[in-house]
Design a protein around this ligand. Structure first.
Ligand code: SF4
Length: 267
């Protein structure tokens, strides 16, 4: 496998573990072949299996928002997974499946040769630091095999547990600092913790900070004013167009976001 394209081709034609049986599409990974920053997740989920692309479901939307928050995007980084085919019902990948798939990820790391590898969740953390807890390891840059490894929580965890979101945002700020000021990964012992200098990016962006977890709704045009009618008992006020607001009424609250895919962006 002399190129990322050859790795992807090999992945699509791979039958080396049982996960090939349930896949619609293998998900080799994608991004900038010369990326300084590489993300490694766990494995494809439903949306990824359908599209053949990594992190395109809700967790991917969150990842894109986090990337935007540090001034980058998925085209500038490389995104891969520990296993390239979706485990049934999104179960955890088995050790034998991770072992069978390891050759593809190893080659991707060699070919991209990133300055910084960010592990997303416990399985990719285990690739570099087996047996460690992601909640303890997260947020600390460390040396491993001449590279800088920076573990963070998996975005899906922050979707399930909103209290983890602040931690994830803070860790992404540290990623930006590492890229700008961090060690080149060639000095120091394996496992040594690196301490990046404070980022030259401001701790608080000068522009108004938008909430990437709750992006603003696109403005919806107001419906044309309906002729005033008297509500009746048999015609609930919630059916059809809303009744006209009396003068001085507060602005109605923004409706809840639909559950479908959201474009998370700071822009
Ligand atoms: S998960 Fe990896 S090893 Fe298993 S079939 Fe897919 S590409 Fe091959």
């Amino acid at each position: 496998m002399d190129s990322l394209e050859e790795v992807a081709l090999a992945v699509h034609n791979c039958f080396d573990c049982p996960l090939h049986r349930g896949r619609n599409s293998a998900v080799p990974g994608e991004g900038n072949p010369d990326a300084q920053l590489m993300f490694i997740g766990e494995g494809p989920g439903y949306h990824e299996d359908r599209q053949g692309r990594p992190f395109v479901g809700p967790a991917g939307q969150l990842l894109e928002g986090l990337l935007a928050s540090i001034g980058t995007n998925r085209d500038e980084v490389f995104i891969a997974n520990m296993v390239k085919c979706r485990p049934p019902d999104n179960r955890d990948p088995e050790p034998a499946e991770i072992a069978a798939c390891k050759k593809y990820l190893e080659r991707q790391i060699e070919l991209v040769n990133p300055k910084l590898i960010v592990t997303l969740g416990r399985f990719s953390l285990g690739r570099f630091f087996p047996g460690e807890s992601v909640t303890r390891a997260r947020g600390k840059a460390r040396q491993k095999d001449g590279r800088i490894i920076f573990p963070v929580l998996h975005p899906a965890a922050a979707l399930r547990r909103p209290e983890l979101r602040k931690t994830l945002v803070e860790d992404f700020r540290a990623i930006a600092a590492l890229l700008e000021n961090g060690n080149d990964g060639e000095n120091g012992n394996d496992g040594a913790t690196l301490t990046p200098q404070p980022a030259t990016i401001p701790a608080e962006p000068p522009a108004p900070q938008l909430d990437i977890f709750n992006p603003p709704e696109a403005p919806t045009p107001k419906p044309p004013a309906a002729p005033p009618t008297e509500p009746t008992e048999s015609e609930p006020a919630t059916s059809g167009n809303p009744p006209p607001e009396p003068p001085g009424s507060p602005t109605p609250s923004t409706p809840e976001r639909p559950d479908g895919p959201q474009q998370l962006s700071l822009l």
